[in-house]
Write a protein that binds this ligand. Structure first.
Ligand SMILES: [Zn+2]
Length: 298
């Protein structure tokens, strides 16, 4: 059995679950994937995905690396500009969460390593974990980042890190309860766990519904909101302390969603929806296309 079919809500165990719609994956598989949610706790998840040992075929796109290497084209130029602002913002965010003291950070799912490199540059001790071998090699060779395979998580000493970050990774994690216990163990008492995820109740998610690009099934197996992420993470020994949002994501995701919905790059509509989402997120983080949740280990 390699397909995972949930008969109960993976978060609360209720059997009152139903299909919302199906998402067409145009990035890799060109297949439809059913998105289900729980009527009791409102947790949403992708139904019928391949299990962890067989999900590699969902990740055959080369976009992850190519973004890092090329500065060609308007989209890539914008991406590089946004990334540089975001790296600074993430650094300040993590530094502040650690009471403005330099410390040690593990970036789980570090990709090509730009965030741990930024933290090292600012005087932190940063390590990364990344399961994609090409991305890991890029991080090591080009950015001199200590980047490890995911098995490394089992070899880390207890209470080793001040902070663990996961920027858009939690939505990919199989068996999150086991995983979160490991993250809890490697953090110092009072250490921070900072998690950014796409927000399934965001302004742009509500506009684009089954065309909302951040669903990104079947690679994303969970579709979080602030409340469902809080419920999943708090029960493994954390307490939610702060919520925030990532300002560029509403623009980027709205543009991608316009492309999915209409087949065209609809700059005006994508950017105007992105801007509306951005303004609404400033009033209430629950409108944010991506949310950033800071937990303390208790
Ligand atoms: Zn539920």
């Amino acid at each position: 059995m390699s397909i995972i079919n949930h008969k109960e809500c993976p978060l609360c165990g209720s059997n009152n679950i139903a299909e919302l719609f199906s998402f067409r994956d145009k990035t890799v598989t060109d297949n439809n994937f059913p998105i289900w949610s729980c009527n009791k706790c409102l947790f949403a998840f992708t139904q019928d995905v391949e299990d962890e040992d067989n999900c590699g075929k969902y990740y055959k796109s080369e976009e992850y690396i190519s973004h890092s290497n090329t500065n060609q084209g308007l989209k890539n130029k914008l991406y590089h500009f946004a990334r540089s602002i975001m790296l600074n913002r993430k650094y300040r965010f993590v530094h502040k969460a650690n009471n403005n003291v330099k410390g040690s950070v593990l970036d789980y799912g570090c990709g090509t390593g730009f965030f741990p490199a930024k933290m090292n540059q600012k005087g932190w001790q940063a390590k990364g974990i990344e399961q994609d071998a090409d991305a890991r090699t890029f991080a090591k060779n080009n950015l001199k980042v200590d980047a490890y395979d995911k098995d490394y998580l089992d070899n880390i000493n207890q209470s080793e890190f001040d902070v663990v970050t996961m920027w858009h990774v939690m939505e990919h994690i199989y068996n999150p309860d086991i995983f979160l216990k490991k993250i809890n163990a490697i953090l110092k008492k009072g250490g921070k766990f900072i998690v950014a995820v796409p927000n399934f109740e965001s302004y742009d998610a509500k506009i684009y519904k089954e065309f909302w690009a951040a669903i990104d099934a079947p690679r994303h197996i969970w579709h979080f909101t602030t409340d469902t992420a809080k419920a999943m993470i708090e029960r493994e020994g954390f307490r939610l302390e702060q919520t925030d949002f990532l300002p560029f994501d509403s623009f980027y995701i709205s543009l991608l969603s316009e492309q999915l919905k209409t087949g065209k790059t609809n700059w005006f509509k994508g950017l105007s929806n992105g801007f509306k989402g951005y303004l609404k997120s400033r009033k209430d983080h629950k409108n944010g296309s991506s949310i950033v949740l800071t937990f303390s280990k208790i």
